[in-house]
Write a protein that binds this ligand. Sequence first.
Ligand code: TRP
Length: 451
Amino acid sequence: MEQNRSSFTGKIGFVLAAAGSAVGLGNIWRFPYLAAQYGGGIFLLTYIVLAVTFGFALMVAEIAIGRKTGLSAISAFGELSSKYSFIGYLGAIVPMIILPYYCVIGGWVTKYMTVFMSGFGKSAASDGAFAGFISQVNEPILWFSIYLGLTALIVLLGVEKGIEKVSKIMMPILIILSIFIAVFVAFMPGAIEGIKYYILPDFKNFSFTTVLAAMGQLFYSMSLAMGIMITYGSYMKKSVSLESSVKQIEFFDTGIAFLAGLMIIPSVFVFSGGDKAALGKGPGLMFETLPKVFANMYGGEIIGLLFFVLVFFAALTSSISLMETVVSIFQDKFKLSRVKSCIVVLLISVALGVPSSLGNGALAWFKIIGMDILSFFDFISNSVIMPIVAFLTCIFVGYVIKPKTLVDEVEITGKFKGKKLFNVMIKYIAPIFIVCILIFSLLEAFGVIKV
Ligand code: TRP
């Protein structure tokens, strides 16, 4: 049992800390390319509906589990019901899978930041610049190593607090800058078509994979179904309203993702007329389109630099939090010292991160169920393990400890307005929904059914 667990001071402190961990590459890099790929408006709509129903219920459940037990995920499930600690273990695998490839993307951001810093931003705007970069062997691995090393150094020296302070100042600047860029893009020729594509749902574009992608993105972006929010909850004071904190975190996280989409998706239409191939670019989308926007902007070198610096810090707070999570699990479970634990996590990250990077070039021939290595890690964590953890969490809360246990925890500070929604979601809708989506999308992926 951990005794003196330090608490976040007040509600703002809690919301900012949780949002700081949640807001990262998931919002700025991942959300826009998924929205572009999976039908624009229909993806956005699906995402928002999922966020306010299912995401809300799951985040309340996780934070309440954490605050009730005062423990992090692995011990928290066991504390509430001894047979169920395996859910915590399963969730703990996720950050270990995400961290290595997160650092590959973090490396790309670092590279773009330095390109703009050295005044070569325009060169990043040329066609093929990005593809040329990621398909190399040495350069992306070098940037990956720098980014991973920096993350590890911060965790090792224990200076996360300093970085988090910097990032708290940077987050509002990132929001303002994103609005500015989105408005600038909106006035470029052809952008209106892109805004329409992004905002107006077209049910023709609906498919089960759209829903699966939106659900995976919801977990990824809000750091759900991997024990993180349980840990955050364990630090939350009993006097802070859990329900309204969850609403604020969700609002923050979704707002930033929405803005990122509003910058990037219309740009795709401006520069490539919104053809299918350009929209389906995947992980490279942000890196290919935004430099073109900056190249067309007065003072674009500076704006581009500022943008990549801000994204760099948003990413860094997330990768620090990811690594911190994995390191403390290794410390607790294998009784390793902090330094040893850091080294083990670093080695695993290199072992998984280097192939993820090479999958875009030298190892591009190597496909797992049709995916390159990075996409496979992304798929297995977001579209397979996280839905399973979310499903098990719902069953655990709905039928083992019963929703009332957590409702009582929420009601410490007053009435739980979303109580009905929470109960129905956790017990019936979410678990049934997850199972259906998993089955249908797998059948669709393997071509058994066509939607
Ligand atoms: N939510 C983060 C983002 O949007 C990524 C992430 C997933 C994360 N799991 C996490 C961050 C765990 C910190 C801890 O980029």
